[in-house]
Design a protein. Sequence first.
Length: 358
Amino acid sequence: MLFIALLYFQNEKKLYFDLTKTKMQNVVSNITSQIIFSHMKNKKIDTSQFLRTKLYKIAFYDKDKKKMYGNLDEKIDFSKKIIKKDKYFILLDNSTYGHLGIYYIAIKENVYFQRVQNLKNEIIILFMTIYTILALIGFYLARLFLKPIKDEREKLNNFIKDTTHELNTPISAILMSCEKEELSKKQIERIRLASVKISEIYKDLTYIFLEDKEKKINLEDISLKEIIEEELKYFDVLAQKKKITINISLEELKFMIDKNDFIRVFNNILSNAIKYNKKTGFINIELKDKKLLIKDSGIGIEEKKVKDIFNRYYRATNDSGGFGIGLNIVKNICDEYKIKIDVHSKIKEGTTFILTFN
């Protein structure tokens, strides 16, 4: 931009100079013509008429380069055709050839340098205006381009904090329960509960970050009913702690899937149903017509947030902790096995997950 501005200024300055010089030459040519014509016709000429213009100052000189008359007082270097000064320039002409005793005409302009200064100011203002606009656009675009990085960094920071918090709670429970040599039934139950929690966190983190995606999955035509009944045993302690009633109605359904993948899907949905449920609430689990329905009486999800719950690190609520990877795992596995997943939720009424096995 600076190079273009300088180039434009130099071109315009040269153009202004050429135009001013041409106008001055035209004025001098007109004066010279009148002088020569008057001399040839042997007529007197009123030279004062040439001094009436406000645009130029003019002086006439004789053979000895002495000023005859005029309103130009600057010292003239007769060896130059154009005399440039800081704030003006003078054009010297000798085309009268001594007619009427005039050998030189000097003309000084009073406009060129003011026009150049105005041009400079206009270019500076225009340059700063364009530069400011581009700077603002650049700043806006930079923020726009960096926003996803900033968002991901914030998500990662929150994820680390949430993970630390999620692990700290069950570990603290285990340490507190092991302070005495002899453990009560309640302490053993608390240790089991904490162990299940750590196990679930470990499985989720392993799946997201450590699992080799290139390894072959072990596809089996498994009974979903049997796996659900087996996994429900691990959630009994969690459900009993919040006095949640789990109602089940399961039909036999077989589906070709890696057993561990289905366990991850079911456990993550059920874990959320318990975590975000209210005390003395309920969870209905129904398996029929190639559909698995898990409905809870929990806090629910805002309608505008439902579409985002499968995004990694996203949490629709800050209640009950969590770090936003469970449902992302669910979505990834469902997509991999072409399992359709639908979510219906209402605030303070609960949430329903429906998995359709085609």
